[in-house]
Design a protein. Structure first.
Length: 173
């Protein structure tokens, strides 16, 4: 979805707005690739949330989840993109095999938010390159995702992997 709007560079210090690319002489489009607040490129991040029945709060432990809701977070929005059902240890597989298959199903997610997580699962997620996060228990899903994303952004963890050209901010003035 494209949002057409003129950028007010003076407000860039208060509002985290993406840079502007001229599409034609009469319109500008927000292109999410450079964060004016943090003065760095940014990218989207997929985050999974341990859930049951689409809960809108971080209420469930990783091991209790009946599904993982997948969200795409950016500097400007959080949007739901799908869900993933974990494989239960009650299936024909043993517990460690079910955990491996669940982690494989979460491939592409950089963060998993849950209310609690055991040490073995935490370690397995880290080994797979997924950051477990249990610091936002009882918060709304979108608020928690925004907090984690902006923490990653302010720490400079989102500048890598940006494939588009960096914009010269002085050109926006």
């Amino acid at each position: 979805m494209s949002v057409f709007k003129e950028l007010n560079p003076e407000g860039a210090e208060q509002v985290c707005a993406p840079c502007v690319t001229k599409l034609s002489r009469d319109s500008s489009q927000y292109i999410p690739m450079y964060c004016l607040r943090y003065q760095q490129p940014f990218r989207t991040v997929l985050m999974a949330v341990a859930s049951r029945h689409g809960s809108k709060r971080i209420r469930y432990a990783f091991e209790e989840a009946s599904e993982f809701l997948i969200y795409e977070a950016s500097c400007h929005e959080v949007k739901f993109v799908g869900s993933c059902k974990p494989l239960s240890a009650h299936c024909d597989d043993d517990e460690s095999s079910a955990l491996e298959k669940t982690i494989h199903a979460l491939d592409g997610c950089e963060v998993v938010l849950c209310s609690r997580i055991d040490h073995k699962t935490w370690h397995a997620l880290e080994q797979a390159g997924i950051e477990p996060n249990n610091k936002h228990a009882s918060e709304s899903v979108e608020d928690a995702i925004r907090a984690v994303y902006h923490g990653m952004l302010s720490a400079g963890r989102l500048a890598g992997g940006v494939t588009e050209a960096t914009i010269d901010i002085s050109a926006l003035a």
